[in-house]
Design a protein around this ligand. Structure first.
Ligand code: ATP
Length: 422
């Protein structure tokens, strides 16, 4: 915790702040919060970010936001909560800020867990931070491969039930009979082959989280049973008489448009509202292209043991940022695994990437945010603008070279000369 004056100066800090964010255990008293946390020379709102102090000044009430802060350990997601302190005459005399390091996701390359620092990822992470401490059911929505299962794990870990089990149920392809016995368990002799009593997944999830993956694939007959379980909080083993009390936090996920399915009568509306108490939409990778370098670094760290980490050259990275990623992070991860096998000299080049990434793509890409596809070619000296423009360009290499007024060879050399991202 820190105390700030209305001019952003840090007046006091507690021991936890000094330990977590101080430099060599010293609190940066007398410095401005935006310099210390962001390295900015201006308040956050003037640097294109949300400033909780400005919001609290306007509303005279607390504000909470997720920021990426520079810490002695590198960039980290930090949950910032700011409260104004009013003086005798009602004027704001100071602010108390509580900062909590978010452990659910990393803002720097990491060998495990959720990684990301784009605005789209930050929105989903902020939602996770808000809902994790509660018991509310969460519905994770997003295309295949956007990280729904990883998110469900992070949610469980960040919840008060982290000490309990996380039980993952893949709902696709479960028949009605199988679903019941898997979920609720069965008594000995309940059906042919039931030679012993077996606890179900609901029982296994006692005190923890039950994650129903691919909930959109659940047939209507099973939806009724799920609704009954959720509404009553009780269930009975197949072949059993005893009503048992369930104790789990429910998280469900689907890549299907559940609301449309409700309209079409394929998904029960009452179940939908039960599941979707807190919906969180995970962004597709094409809407968080600025996370690609960080994700690539992270995937290169994964599963290599003590082998030296590989590097990726800028043209290959530009191609990765230009791809539309219909398979999202799973596809990116697979492309990196494949490229690893072709990188004989420790460097991933364009030649290590699968042919479809090297092909020109027809027409404008669906869903590409307009700011990633500026029409006017950038200055060739501006690495960041060029990288963004290349990522948003829809057309062949030759068309790209023409648009920039370069030969294809010069374009290739220029792309190769792009400074790697930090
Ligand atoms: N933010 C992230 N940071 C790092 N790795 C990620 C992230 N999101 C997903 N991944 C990785 O991408 C792959 C796909 O993720 P996951 O299986 O969670 O996606 P999904 O949305 O549940 O997919 P599906 O809908 O097909 O079940 C996994 O290898 C996962 O570890």
């Amino acid at each position: 915790m820190i105390v700030l004056d209305p001019d952003y100066l840090i007046l006091a800090a507690n021991a936890a702040y000094r330990r977590q964010f101080g430099e060599r255990g010293q609190a940066p008293l007398g410095r401005r919060c935006y310099e210390v946390s962001h390295g900015y020379s201006l308040p956050c709102d003037q640097a294109g970010e949300h400033c909780p102090m400005r919001k609290a000044r306007e509303t005279r009430s607390p504000d909470r936001v997720l920021h990426i802060h520079h810490t002695p350990r590198g960039p980290e997601h930090v949950d910032v909560e700011l409260r104004p302190i009013l003086g005798d005459h009602g004027a704001i005399v100071a602010y108390v800020e509580r900062l909590c390091t978010v452990r659910s996701a990393s803002a720097q390359p990491s060998g495990a867990g959720l990684v990301g620092r784009s605005a789209a990822f930050g929105t989903a992470l902020a939602a996770l931070q808000r809902v994790a401490p509660s018991q509310l059911p969460v519905l994770l929505l997003g295309e295949s491969g956007t990280g729904k299962e990883l998110f469900a794990r992070a949610l469980h870990e960040a919840s008060p039930r982290a000490g309990g089990p996380l039980v993952v149920v893949d709902c696709s392809g479960l028949s009605e009979a199988l679903f019941e016995s898997e979920l609720f368990g069965h008594e000995k002799g309940a059906f042919t082959g039931a030679q012993a009593r077996k606890p179900g997944l609901v029982e296994t999830a006692q005190g923890g989280t039950l994650f129903l993956d691919e909930i959109g694939d659940v047939p209507l007959a099973i939806q009724v049973k799920l609704l009954r379980l959720i509404e009553s909080g009780t269930y009975r083993r197949v072949g059993g008489l005893e009503t048992r009390q369930a104790d789990f936090r429910l998280v469900a996920a689907t890549h299907k448009p559940l609301q449309d399915m409700v309209q079409a009568g394929q998904f029960r509306q009452d179940l939908y509202y039960r599941l979707a108490a807190f919906p969180v939409t995970l962004p597709p990778l094409r809407e968080r292209r600025d996370d690609i370098p960080l994700l690539v670094d992270s995937f290169l760290k994964r599963g290599v043991g003590t082998a030296p980490a590989l590097q990726i050259d800028p043209p290959a990275l530009a191609l990765l940022q230009a791809h539309d990623w219909p398979g999202n992070l799973r596809e990116l991860r697979n492309v990196i695994e494949r490229a690893r096998l072709y990188a004989d000299d420790g460097l991933i080049t364009a030649a290590c990437l699968p042919p479809e990434l090297l092909q020109p793509r027809p027409g404008p890409a669906a869903g590409l945010p307009p700011q990633t596809a500026p029409l006017t070619p950038p200055s060739l000296d501006d690495d960041a603008a060029l990288r963004l423009w290349v990522a948003g360009f829809r057309g062949s290499r030759r068309e790209m070279a023409q648009a920039l007024g370069l030969s294809e060879r010069t374009l290739y050399r220029r792309l190769r000369g792009l400074q790697p991202l930090e």
